[in-house]
Write a protein that binds this ligand. Structure first.
Ligand code: UTP
Length: 300
């Protein structure tokens, strides 16, 4: 195996406007919407930490102060819980601040995911890094990020996560043109297109919110003009890298993900996520699941 620079840092872009979830996201970041009793972004930081990435840079923006507060200590609250002897809640309150070393950078204007990633340039430097979208959850039982880091360590370059979606949904995603490799779950990505119309999509393999990216992406992003929607698209920069050889920051590989993924920035997917997570919780399921069954009978 070639000796590639190890991946140690994670970047979590969380500066988007969250227009799909208005009005809830008018003053509250969508990444802070609770999935049962934890904000979505906490699951994302937990995922980075469990893949061994303990240096996490959040890209935040206007109205995102609550994210910083959530991952900070809360002395008054902690004192009150300590005084009550409520050890369980005390450890829950302390947990977010202990998961990883958190850093923050602000994206002055939400000029797209590519622009948000470019804001990480100074912190990341000349090393490969993982990028995890703050509203995209991967079930903790599916070790996608770890597998992507392994693939980067084997092939170098960048690695994206691909999920098969129905033809009629491809226009919501970046879509990849792919070629098989010797590994069943890994493909070579030869081209990428952002949100193509269904009849022009090169495949059904859509990009989801996990990336392991070569640092040459920064230089490419600096040269990438605004694409679809007037935003600087990460997909466009990765498309450039996909066409390059290893000496110039390429290639791009894809990990074909067949596990559980939840887009909590979408209302319907958010509702599904909350119900699924609640049904998986030992403390809630014994009451919640029978209630859900009864409720479904009632409305059917
Ligand atoms: P989305 O495509 O979900 O866009 O961004 P959005 O603006 O946040 O939400 P909608 O579509 O208006 O509802 C994907 C990820 O990229 C981040 C978002 O926070 C999200 O994690 N992002 C997007 C930024 O950090 N900055 C941007 O300028 C755009």
């Amino acid at each position: 195996m070639a000796d590639f620079d190890p991946v140690t840092k994670a970047v979590v872009p969380a500066a988007g406007l969250g227009t799909r979830f208005l009005p809830a996201t008018k003053a509250t970041p969508k990444e802070m919407l609770p999935i049962v009793d934890k904000p979505a972004i906490q699951y994302v930081v937990e995922e980075a930490a469990s893949a061994g990435l303990l240096d996490v840079l959040m890209v935040t923006g206007k109205n995102k102060r609550s994210i910083e507060d959530h991952f900070d200590r809360a002395f008054e609250l902690e004192e009150a819980l300590e005084a009550k002897g409520d050890e369980h809640r005390l450890s829950q309150v302390r947990e977010p601040a202990s998961l990883a070393t958190l850093h923050y950078v602000r994206q002055g204007e939400p000029k797209g995911l590519g622009h948000a990633v470019l804001c990480a340039k100074h912190h990341v430097g000349d090393h490969p890094f993982a990028c995890l979208l703050g509203d995209d959850l991967i079930d903790h039982r599916d070790h996608l990020l770890r597998r992507m880091i392994e693939v980067r360590n084997t092939f170098g370059g960048s690695v994206i996560a691909l999920m098969e979606v129905p033809k009629e949904s491809v226009s919501l995603y970046g879509v990849a043109t792919i070629e098989p490799t010797d590994e069943e779950d890994v493909v070579r990505v030869t081209d990428l297109v952002e949100k193509p119309p269904a009849d022009e999509a090169p495949s059904n393999w859509a990009i989801i919110g996990r990336y392991v990216i070569d640092p040459t992406v920064f230089e490419v992003l600096e040269q990438t003009p605004p694409g679809r929607g007037g935003e600087i698209q990460l997909t466009d920069a990765l498309r450039t890298l996909a066409a390059r050889g290893p000496e110039e920051g390429g290639p791009v590989h894809g990990v074909l993900f067949r596990g559980r993924r939840y887009d909590t920035g979408d209302k319907l997917d958010y509702l599904r996520t909350v119900v699924k997570f609640a049904a998986d919780r030992q403390d809630l399921a014994p009451e919640f699941v029978p209630w859900l069954r009864e409720f479904l009978d009632e409305i059917s």
